[in-house]
Every structure is written in structure tokens, then in C-alpha cells.
Design a protein around this ligand. Structure first.
Ligand code: AKB
Length: 313
């Protein structure tokens, strides 16, 4: 009998780059199919890379059947800042990719799905501090609207067709293996590259903009953990709040200056400021802690030291 495999869609992006490595380590590279429109930067990490457009439903279904895929991690998406510039394309990508994958599960071709939601589901009228799991959700960005609609679809497919789809409301992610792309929280990755290369950085958010953030290793652990938790323990089928750390660009600059005392940040807020202002300062992730034992490991000090250690290597 052919072994079940895992398909990662959007494997060359920020989360995919790290997640594929971990999945390959755990399940064996021969069981992980990495797919994207663009090939991975580090080819040696990707044994099984295929070029795949998730919006090409016929090709997606063909590949899933051919490779005997049982689980899909759907990471392809247009993030918040990019989506504001390309509303229709982003709507199509973010929604139709999810529908295509949910349909594969409804037809029992695959068994399990991971799909990331975001803190972008919250809006200006959600509580700012320790934003709870269940609260007012009126996102003002098109990205947030796609994520909220996606959460509702996940719940619907679970209730109606017993589709095992699991999801996390991810904050801004900070990792060293790849740059972020098209998000409002991207400054928190770019700034590290600038600290190493130049002595200055111009931040597109104001110095006091506080946002929820997470080191990539924590995010990967959360994804692996929620996907391996027993089905009956997954009580939330929209998407779980998860949280690690919250800080402002000024606080991050201060932390970086411990390593690079001459580093200097200028602040020139642009259109992304409005998106950031609509998001929470911090997140309450009680349900994730109780239901599947979530706990973040990296605070601002630890993530800064890990970033510099790995980037300078
Ligand atoms: C973005 O900034 O758009 C993302 C997110 C918080 O979902 N990083």
C-alpha cells in the first residue's frame, strides 16, 4: 500500500520555509511534498518540490491523488499590506485556495487540513488588551475580511461535513530563514537584516505601535502541536488565539542596540500604520493553553539573540 503523504502549499514562503524543514525531520523528507509557484531558495532542503498553483483545482486534485496526500498545510496567501493594493486578486487567492482544499476533504480525498488565520480578524472595535477568543470581529483590512470569512468556512465545513480543519490566529512572525513578504508586521524581520548590513533602518510604523509577535520556532511548534492533538481535544473550529510577546518598534530598536549600539531607526509611518492601528496590542490565548497545552518559549530578549546568532552564521 502507498504511504500517506503531507502536502505543503506555499512552501517557499516565510512559514513554509521553516515548516517544511520540521515536517521533513519528523516524518521523513520522502513523505513531504513541498509546493509553490516559486522554487525554494535552498534547494538542498526540498527533496520533493513541485510547482503548483493552488487555484488550479484540476491540477491540485490530480497531484493530491497521484501522491496519495492525506494532510494539507495551506500556507499560500496574500498578506495584509499586499492585499490592500490588490483587493480582488487577494480575495481570490485567500478564499479560493481554502475552498479548493476544504472540498478535497469534503470529498474524503484528504483527511486533515492546517490553515492559518491571523490577528487581522480583529478590528478597531475589538478589545485592544488581551483580546479574547470570542469577541467583536469587525476587521477593516481586506486581508482580515478574508481571514474571518475563512474561519467561518472552516467552522461550516467541520459542522456540516466533519472536515478536520485546524487553525491558529497567527500574530506577526519573526524568523531568520526567510524574509516576510507583504505583511504589516514585516518591519520586525527586516530590521534585523538592516542591523547586520547597515547602521540604520526606516520603519514604516510609528515607534509606539504595539503589536502581537512570535518567534518562528514557537509558531512551528504550535502548528505541529495543534495538528497532532487528538481530534476530540480541538474544541475551536474557527481558529485559536495564540500569543507569545508584544512590543513596539522602539522597544525592538532598544533590544537590537544591545548588539549594535550605533544602530539607528527612523520612523516614517505609511499606509500600513492604519492596518496596525486596527489590530490588538496583545492576545488572550487561554483556550489554546487549556485545549492542547500551548505555551510560547521565546520572549523579546531570547528571540533577538536567536535572530542575530542565526543570521550572522
Ligand atoms: C501580516 O502582517 O499581514 C501578517 C499577519 C499578522 O497575519 N504577518
Amino acid at each position: 500500500m502507498k504511504k500517506n503523504k503531507i502536502l505543503v502549499i506555499g512552501s517557499s514562503g516565510q512559514i513554509g520555509t521553516d515548516l517544511c524543514l520540521s515536517l521533513e525531520r519528523i516524518y521523513g523528507a520522502e513523505n513531504i511534498i513541498c509546493s509553490d509557484l516559486n522554487p525554494p531558495k535552498e534547494k538542498n532542503h526540498r527533496k520533493n518540490f513541485i510547482k503548483l498553483d493552488v487555484l488550479d483545482n484540476e491540477m491540485l486534485t490530480k497531484k493530491v491523488k497521484e501522491e496519495n496526500i492525506s494532510e494539507i498545510y495551506l500556507l499560500a496567501a496574500s498578506l495584509s499590506a499586499l492585499a490592500e493594493k490588490n483587493v480582488l486578486i487577494s480575495w481570490e487567492l485567500n478564499m479560493n485556495s481554502l475552498i479548493n482544499v476544504l472540498e478535497l476533504a469534503r470529498k474524503k480525498i484528504i483527511k486533515k487540513i492546517f490553515w492559518p488565520s491571523s490577528i487581522a480578524v480583529f478590528g478597531p472595535d475589538s478589545p485592544k488588551l488581551n483580546t479574547p477568543q470570542n469577541t467583536t470581529l469587525n476587521p477593516s483590512s481586506i486581508y482580515g475580511i478574508t481571514k474571518l470569512a475563512g474561519e467561518k468556512l472552516c467552522q461550516y465545513y467541520y459542522d456540516k461535513f466533519d472536515v478536520d480543519v485546524r487553525s491558529l490566529r497567527l500574530p506577526g512572525l519573526i524568523g531568520w530563514r526567510s524574509l516576510a513578504g507583504g505583511g504589516t508586521t514585516d518591519y520586525a524581520v527586516e530590521i534585523f537584516y538592516h542591523a547586520l548590513k547597515n547602521n540604520d533602518y526606516t520603519c514604516f510604523l510609528s515607534k509606539e505601535t504595539i503589536l502581537p509577535m512570535m518567534y518562528m520556532d514557537d509558531a512551528i511548534e504550535a502548528i505541529l502541536k495543534i495538528m497532532t492533538t487528538k481530534k476530540e481535544n480541538i474544541k475551536i473550529r474557527t481558529s485559536y488565539n495564540i500569543s507569545a510577546v508584544s512590543f513596539t518598534p522602539k522597544e525592538l530598536e532598544k533590544q537590537i542596540k544591545i548588539y549594535f549600539p550605533n544602530f539607528n531607526v527612523k520612523f516614517k509611518p505609511d499606509y500600513r500604520q492604519k492596518i496596525a492601528d486596527s489590530w490588538p496590542d496583545s492576545i488572550d490565548d487561554q483556550e489554546a493553553k487549556v485545549d492542547w497545552g500551548w505555551k510560547a518559549k521565546f520572549n523579546l530578549e531570547k528571540l533577538t539573540s536567536e535572530m542575530f546568532k542565526n543570521l550572522s552564521n
